[in-house]
Design a protein around this ligand. Sequence first.
Ligand SMILES: NC(=O)c1ccc[n+]([C@@H]2O[C@H](COP(=O)([O-])OP(=O)(O)OC[C@H]3O[C@@H](n4cnc5c(N)ncnc54)[C@H](OP(=O)(O)O)[C@@H]3O)[C@@H](O)[C@H]2O)c1
Length: 246
Amino acid sequence: MNYYYITGTSRGIGKELAEQLLLNPSNHVIGMSRQKTIEHANYHHFYLDLTSATAIADFKFELHANAKKIVLINNAGALGFIKPIGKLESDTIIKNYTLNLIAPSVLTNSFINCYNTVDAEKVIINISSGAGKNPIDGWAVYCASKAGIDMFSRVVDAEQKVRAEHPQESIHKGFRIFSIAPGVVDTNMQTEIRSAHKEDFSRLEDFIAYKTKNELSSAKSVSQKYITILDDLNQIQHVLSSIKDY
Ligand SMILES: NC(=O)c1ccc[n+]([C@@H]2O[C@H](COP(=O)([O-])OP(=O)(O)OC[C@H]3O[C@@H](n4cnc5c(N)ncnc54)[C@H](OP(=O)(O)O)[C@@H]3O)[C@@H](O)[C@H]2O)c1
């Protein structure tokens, strides 16, 4: 059996990923988000608010006796309010970093800690963003958290490689981690971007044009690509990449 832990399965990319994985009866999906929108015999949901540090810290991964493959997909994310720094509420900044950077970091740590002695294929995919590489005004916290998750992924990858050279190390055995950006995808996140105020976001017209010119990918096609990559990790050359590279 294969076990996929996915954050943000109630809509968008996370929901598509879960639903496509559930087409294979060998796959179990464990979803985490504030709302549940999937009903399936092999789907289990945790109602979790990933802006709550306590809820994230309390989450426990389960041991699965028959696991061939165990995957964590840190997908849940949000832009938060689109406004320049100086105009945000402090609490909004704290919650946005918690959702986009602290939650994936803490969950990755718990995942590696739980499965380090488990003999299965173990993979972590962080859903990153081009916004982690390019500054976009009005998105400072989102850009910084996605840049953070890219560096976090690189460090965890380096840790795995160092430990592979020292097999006497009992912890952190055999995990592969990748931070893969999905491109611009037609989800609720893009609807929110298009509803930003022009005075707070100079790129508003660009994002409206992506939609009117039909330049957005569908969540379905993007999720299919992630699953194809997960089925053959050897095609991934670097820790950081974009779905467009495949
Ligand atoms: N769409 C794009 O163009 C695009 C581009 C680059 C990167 N990305 C990244 O792709 C990932 C998925 O985005 P999407 O476009 O699919 O967004 P979406 O349609 O808005 O879905 C976001 C998902 O995250 C969950 N989520 C949000 N806040 C949460 C919270 N406080 N606690 C738990 N879950 C929460 C939502 O569930 P609940 O509301 O039920 O909690 C929902 O399932 C994100 O990491 C995003 O940064 C998207």
